[in-house]
Design a protein around this ligand. Structure first.
Ligand code: PBG
Length: 333
C-alpha cells in the first residue's frame, strides 16, 4: 500500500502540482492555452438607412451600425489586432425570398465594400451567407406553399448570394443556413464565376439553439416557427461529425461549431478528427448572459469573458467569433 504513494521521504508528497501555480510568471510559463488577438473575429451588424447607430437592447454594448460607424468599428477592430470581421446586414425591406440578399447594392454588399476599403489586407473580411436576415418570415431559406423550407430552391439563392458577396470583395463567405449540400453548391458557384480564391467558413455543426435569442433583435427577425428541421438537435454529437465531414468533402476551408460554450465537447471532437482549422461562435445569448449577470454585480465581467474565450480555445477552436473581439484583443496587446 504505502509504496503506491510517491513520497520524498518523511511523509512529504514527492509531486506538488501547486509549485507550477505559485506565481503569475510560473503560471504564464506553463499555460497550455494562450489567446491571441488574431484568433478573434468580430461579428458586426449594419442597418440599411440608419442615420445613427441603433443600440440592441438585449446585447448591451452592441449596435446596428450605420455605414460610417461600421467603418470606424472595423478600423478599431483592426487597430486592436483582431483576425477578421463577420458582417451581417439588416435590410430596410424584407420579402419572402430575401431579394435584398442578392441585390448588388444591398446593405450587406455595400458593407463588404466599405469594410474592405477600410481594412484592406489587414484583416479577413467575412460575410454571413444566409437568408434569414432578408426574409420576412425569418427562415434561413425559401418556403414551399406548405411553409416548409425548400432545401434545393434555397441552394440556388445561396449560390447567387455567394457570387454577389464575392463580387463586392469579401475574402470568406460563411454559409450558415444548414441546408444540405450548401458548401458544395456555393463552392461551385464561386468557382464558376471566377472567385476560386474566396474561402468558405462553413457553419458545419450549427445547433437549433435558444442562445440565438438576442440575435433576432439584432437583425430584426420575427421568426415564424423554429429551425428544428434544419439546425441540429442539441441532443446529438455524432451528427456534428457527419456534417463536418460532408462540408470538408464539399470544399469547406474552415469548419465551425455554434454556439460555443454549451458545445465544447463538440468542438473537441471535431478538432481531434479534422485537419482543417476549427472555429467556434460565441453567440448573442452567451454574450448577453455574461453582460446581464455582470450588470447585476453577480460575476466579475472581465474575468468571465477571458475564462469563456480561453475555454473555447482550450477545447480546440483556432478562431472564435465573439462580440467582445475588439475589447479583448485590445487587452491582450
Ligand atoms: C443565420 C445566423 C444566426 C446567427 C448567426 N447566423 C441565427 C440563427 O441561425 O438562428 C446567430 C448568431 C448569434 O446569435 O450571435 N443567419
Amino acid at each position: 500500500m504505502s509504496d503506491a504513494l510517491p513520497e520524498s521521504g518523511g511523509g512529504f508528497p514527492l509531486m506538488r502540482p501547486r509549485r507550477l501555480r505559485r506565481t503569475p510568471a510560473m503560471r504564464r510559463l506553463v499555460a497550455e492555452t494562450r489567446l491571441h488577438p488574431a484568433d478573434l473575429i468580430l461579428p458586426v451588424f449594419v442597418r440599411e438607412g440608419a442615420a445613427e447607430p441603433v443600440p440592441i437592447s438585449s446585447m448591451p454594448g452592441v449596435v446596428q451600425h450605420t455605414r460610417d460607424s461600421l467603418r470606424k468599428a472595423a478600423h478599431d477592430a483592426v487597430a486592436a489586432g483582431v483576425g477578421g470581421l463577420m458582417l451581417f446586414g439588416v435590410p430596410e425591406h424584407k420579402d419572402a425570398c430575401g431579394t435584398a440578399g442578392t441585390d448588388p447594392e444591398g446593405v450587406l454588399q455595400v458593407a463588404i465594400r466599405d469594410v474592405k476599403a477600410e481594412v484592406g489586407a489587414d484583416a479577413v473580411v467575412m460575410s454571413d451567407l444566409c437568408l434569414d436576415e432578408f426574409t420576412d418570415h425569418g427562415h434561413c431559406g425559401v418556403l414551399r406553399p406548405d411553409g416548409s423550407v425548400d432545401n434545393d430552391a434555397t441552394l440556388a439563392r445561396y449560390a447567387e448570394m455567394a457570387v454577389v458577396q464575392a463580387a463586392a470583395g469579401v475574402d470568406m463567405v460563411g454559409p450558415s443556413g444548414m441546408m444540405d449540400g450548401q458548401v458544395g453548391y456555393v463552392r461551385r458557384a464561386l468557382d464558376s464565376a471566377g472567385f476560386a480564391d474566396v474561402a468558405i467558413l462553413a457553419y458545419s455543426a450549427k445547433y437549433a439553439s435558444g442562445f440565438y435569442g438576442p440575435f433576432r433583435e439584432a437583425v430584426q427577425s420575427s421568426l415564424q416557427g423554429d429551425r428544428m428541421t434544419y439546425q441540429q438537435d442539441p441532443a446529438n454529437s455524432d451528427e456534428s461529425l457527419r456534417e463536418v465531414m460532408l462540408d470538408i468533402a464539399e470544399g469547406a476551408d474552415v469548419v465551425m461549431v455554434k454556439p460555443a460554450m454549451s458545445y465544447l465537447d463538440i468542438v473537441r471532437r471535431i478538432a481531434d478528427a479534422v485537419d482543417v482549422p476549427v472555429s467556434a461562435y460565441q453567440v448573442s445569448g452567451e454574450y448577453s448572459m455574461v453582460e446581464a449577470a455582470a450588470a447585476h454585480g453577480w460575476i466579475d465581467r472581465d474575468r468571465v469573458i477571458m475564462e469563456t474565450l480561453t475555454s473555447v480555445k482550450r477545447a480546440g477552436a483556432k478562431t472564435i467569433l465573439t462580440y467582445w473581439a475588439t475589447e479583448v484583443a485590445g487587452k491582450l496587446r
